[in-house]
Design a binder for this molecule. Structure first.
Ligand code: ADP
Ligand code: MG
Length: 657
C-alpha cells in the first residue's frame, strides 16, 4: 500500500474523476423512489466504514455499530424536538454523544480479548434497543417524529435529490479520512495490533489506547450516519436499529471485504440495493445473506475486495522460489561504529533475584544478572531452562513474581512493553512475530514510529503534521531497508519470504527504534551456515554502533565467537557465568547439558569459529522443540498483557497458588 504523498498517479486521478462525475450525474437518471434507496445505501456505507475500521483494520469485534447509529439518530431527534435545538447544533452534539458512547463501549476492550468483546458489544447493543423501545423520552415503540428539516442556505434539503449531494459529500470525506488513517501512522499501528498485538506492544504501541481508538473511529462514523438518517427520514423508531440490521451490516462488511474500506462501501451499497430488490421475499433474503456470509467466510475471508490481492499473492508464490528470494537479499551495510564511553561501569540492565512462577512451575528461580553497556551477552541453557521467560520479564510481557529489573537507572519491573520500547529496549521473538498482513516496509514503519497514541489529535485538527511525519518515517524506513539489504522485499508480505530473510527483517524491525538494548531470542535458529555468518556480522555491527546485545542462542559456535560473557541457565537458575571458555569447562554446565537429552548432541566444549556452527537440521530441530514452549508462553503473555491494563496483574495472583 503506497501513500501518495505527491498526489495520486494520473490513471488514479482519472479513475477518481470518472467516479466523481458518475456520482454527480447519478440522480438525473433515477426516479424518486430509487434516489431514496440510494440515500439509504450511502448511510449504510458510512456505517460500514466505521465497522471496517474497528473490525477489519483494528481486529476488534464490534457488534454495537447499530447502537452507535441509534445514539446519533436519537440524540438528534430528542434535541431537535424536545429541547428545541436547531438541526446542525443538535447534529454536532449528537456526533459527540456517539463518540462518548464509543469510548464507553471501548472500556471493556481495554481488558478483553476479541471474542468476549463480541459478546459485550452485542449486549450493549441489545441494552440500547431495549431502552429505546421502552423509555418515554425515546417515544417507545412509536419512536420520535417531527424532526425538523436540516437547512442549508440556498439548498432545499427536502428534496431527496439534493439531500443525496449532502450525503455524497459527507461520505466522500468519511471515506477519504478513513483511507488517510489506514495508510498513515495510526492505521498502521491499528493493523499491526490486529496482526499481532504482543509484537505491536513490543514495538511501542499502546495497545489498550489503540483499542479504544478503534471504537472511537467506529462510533464517529456511526454518529454521522445517525445524523444523516434522522435528517433524511425525519422520524426515528426502534426497528431501524434492530439486531437484524446489525446482522445485515455485518454481512455488508464481510462480503465487501472488511480489510478494505472501499470494499466495505461496495458491500454496503450492493447489499442495500439487493435487499431492496428482494424486499418481496425478505424472509428468504435474510436466509440468503446468511448463506452468502458463511460461504464468504469459508472461501474468501477477505471479502470481494480481497480477491484481487489473493490472486496476485497466488501468482507471486508460483513465480518466485525461495532460492531466488535468497539471491536477492543484499549484503548488510554495517552501522558506523561509535566509541563506547570508557566509564561504562554503570550497568545498563540489572536483574536482581528475579523469580517467575507459572502455576506451581518455577520458570525463573532467583536469577541475578548484570549487563554492561557495549556488551554482547550470551544466554545459553537447555530447552525449558527459562531463557525466553527471562526475556519476557525484561521486556515487560511477564511481571516477575519477585525480584527487580532495572534498565538504565530506572526500576522497570512493572513497566509495560510499550514503555520499555520507548525507553530503549527492543527484542525479537523465538518464533517469528512479524505483522503478517503488513508489507516488510510497513513492519519497519510501525517500529520506527516513536510517537505516543495521544498524538492522534493531529488527525482531527492538523493533518499536514501527520503527512510531514509520515514522509520522515518513510525516509528512515528506506535507509533501514537499504542497510539490511531488504530493498527488494520492501513491498512483499513477510510470510511469503524464506525463513532466513524473515529473521533478518525481525532484527531490522527491532533496530528501527535505535534501542539501547537489543534482546535476540535464538536468532540463528533455522539459518544455514552462510546466514549464521551474516548474522554474526550484523550483531557485531549493532554492538559497535552503541547498542548493547543480549543473545539467547543454541548455536554454540556463534555464542563462542560473538559473546564476551555468557550466562548459563538451567531449570530456571543461573548455574554459571563467565567467558565462553570458562563456561563450557564448568562441571555444572557439562552436567546440565548431558542431562538434557534434547541437547546431548550439541557440540558443546571446543570453541568453534562461526564457520562451523551446528548444522541447519539441528538448529531447526531445536527451534521446533522449543516452538511448543513458546506457543504456550505466548498464550500466557497475551493474558498478562491484557491483565496489565489493571493495576493488579492476575498473572501474579495465580502464580502464588
Ligand atoms: P527456554 O526459552 O529456555 O527454552 P522458556 O523460558 O520458554 O524456556 O520456558 C521455561 C519454562 O517455563 C518451561 O518449562 C516452560 O514450559 C515454562 N513456561 C514458559 N512460559 C510459560 C507459561 N506462559 N505458562 C506456563 N509455563 C510456562
Ligand atoms: Mg526459548
Amino acid at each position: 500500500m503506497k501513500l501518495s504523498v505527491k498526489g495520486p498517479s494520473a490513471t488514479r486521478a482519472g479513475g477518481l474523476a470518472a467516479i466523481a462525475v458518475a456520482a454527480w450525474l447519478l440522480p438525473y437518471g433515477l426516479g424518486s423512489y430509487s434516489i431514496h434507496v440510494v440515500n439509504i445505501a450511502i448511510i449504510y456505507a458510512l456505517l460500514a466504514i466505521g465497522m471496517g475500521l474497528a473490525m477489519g483494520i483494528s481486529g476488534q469485534i464490534n457488534l454495537a455499530q447499530v447502537a452507535f447509529f441509534g445514539v446519533g439518530a436519537y440524540t438528534l431527534a430528542i434535541l431537535t424536538t424536545d429541547s428545541g435545538y436547531g438541526f446542525w447544533a443538535a447534529a454536532v452534539i449528537a456526533v459527540l454523544a456517539t463518540v462518548a458512547t464509543g469510548l464507553f463501549v471501548g472500556i471493556p476492550a481495554l481488558r478483553m480479548q476479541s471474542h468476549y468483546l463480541g459478546i459485550v458489544t452485542l449486549g450493549l447493543a441489545l441494552g440500547f434497543i431495549n431502552w429505546i423501545t421502552n423509555a418515554s423520552v425515546t417515544g417507545g415503540a412509536d419512536g420520535i417524529s417531527g424532526i425538523p428539516l436540516p437547512t442549508l442556505p440556498g439548498i432545499d434539503l427536502s428534496s431527496e435529490y439534493l439531500y443525496y449531494y449532502l450525503e455524497l459529500v459527507v461520505c466522500a470525506f468519511g471515506l477519504g479520512f478513513g483511507l488517510f488513517v489506514v495508510r498513515t501512522s495510526l492505521g498502521r499501528r491499528l493493523r499491526a495490533m490486529r496482526d499481532d498485538s504482543l509484537a505491536a506492544g513490543a514495538m511501542g504501541a499502546e495497545i489498550p489506547l489503540l483499542r479504544m481508538t478503534a471504537f472511537l473511529l467506529a462510533s464517529l462514523y456511526g454518529g454521522l450516519a445517525g445524523v444523516l438518517y434522522a435528517g433524511l427520514i425525519r422520524y426515528v423508531a426502534p426497528e431501524t436499529f434492530s439486531i437484524g440490521n446489525m446482522f445485515i451490516l455485518l454481512a455488508m462488511v464481510i462480503i465487501g471485504g472488511r480489510r478494505s474500506l472501499v470494499g466495505c462501501v461496495v458491500g454496503a451499497v450492493g447489499l442495500t440495493l439487493i435487499r431492496e430488490w428482494l424486499s418481496d421475499f425478505s424472509t428468504y433474503a435474510q436466509l440468503g445473506y446468511g448463506v452468502v456470509v458463511v460461504l464468504m467466510v469459508v472461501f474468501a475471508p477477505t471479502g470481494l475486495a480481497g480477491i484481487p490481492s489473493r490472486i496476485r499473492e497466488f501468482a507471486n508464490r508460483r513465480r518466485r522460489s525461495h532460492t531466488e528470494d535468497r539471491a536477492r537479499l543484499r549484503p548488510f551495510q554495517p552501522y558506523e561504529a561509535v566509541e563506547t564511553p570508557a566509564a561504562a561501569d554503570e550497568p545498563l540492565l540489572e536483574i536482581r533475584s528475579v523469580t517467575k512462577d507459572f502455576r506451581g512451575l518455577r520458570a525463573l528461580d532467583d536469577v541475578s544478572l548484570t549487563v554492561r553497556p557495549g556488551e554482547i551477552r550470551g544466554i545459553v541453557g537447555p530447552n525449558g531452562s527459562g531463557k525466553t521467560t527471562l526475556f519476557n520479564v525484561i521486556s515487560g510481557f511477564y511481571r516477575a513474581t519477585s525480584g527487580q529489573v532495572r534498565f538504565g537507572r530506572r526500576a522497570t519491573t512493572t513497566a509495560r512493553p510499550y514503555a520499555l520500547s520507548l525507553l530503549g529496549v527492543a527484542r525479537t521473538f523465538q518464533n517469528l512475530r512479524l505483522f503478517g498482513q503488513l508489507t516488510v516496509r510497513e513492519n519497519i514503519l510501525v517500529a520506527l514510529d516513536r510517537t505516543r497514541t495521544h498524538t492522534i489529535w493531529q488527525y482531527a485538527v492538523w493533518q499536514p503534521g501527520v503527512v510531514r511525519r509520515e514522509r520522515q518515517l518513510r525516509r528512515q524506513a528506506q535507509e533501514l531497508l537499504e542497510r539490511f539489504g531488504l530493498t527488494d522485499f520492501a513491498e512483499a508480505a513477510p510470510g511469503s519470504l524464506p525463513y532466513g530473510i524473515q529473521r533478518r527483517i525481525e532484527i531490522a524491525r527491532a533496530m528501527a527504534s535505535r534501542p539501547r538494548l537489543l534482546l535476540l531470542d535464538e536468532p540463528a535458529a533455522g539459518l544455514n551456515g552462510e546466514e549464521v555468518q551474516q548474522l554474526a556480522r550484523i550483531v557485531r555491527s549493532i554492538r559497535d554502533s552503541g547498542t548493547t546485545v543480549v543473545l539467547i542462542e543454541h548455536n554454540m559456535g556463534l555464542v563462542m565467537s560473538l559473546c564476551e560473557r555468557v550466562t548459563v541457565l538451567s531449570s530456571g537458575g543461573v548455574i554459571a557465568e563467565g567467558t565462553p571458555a570458562e563456561v563450557v569447562a564448568a562441571p555444572e554446565v557439562i552436567e546440565a547439558y548431558l542431562g538434557d537429552s534434547a541437547m546431548a548432541d550439541v557440540p558443546l566444549p571446543e570453541p568453534a569459529p562461526p564457520q562451523a556452527p551446528a548444522g541447519p537440521t539441528q538448529a531447526s530441530a531445536s527451534a521446533e522443540a522449543s516452538a511448543s514452549a513458546e506457543a504456550s508462553a505466548s498464550a500466557e503473555a497475551s493474558a498478562s498483557a491484557e491483565a496489565s491494563a489493571s493495576a493488579e496483574a492476575p498473572a501474579s495472583k495465580e502464580a502464588t497458588r
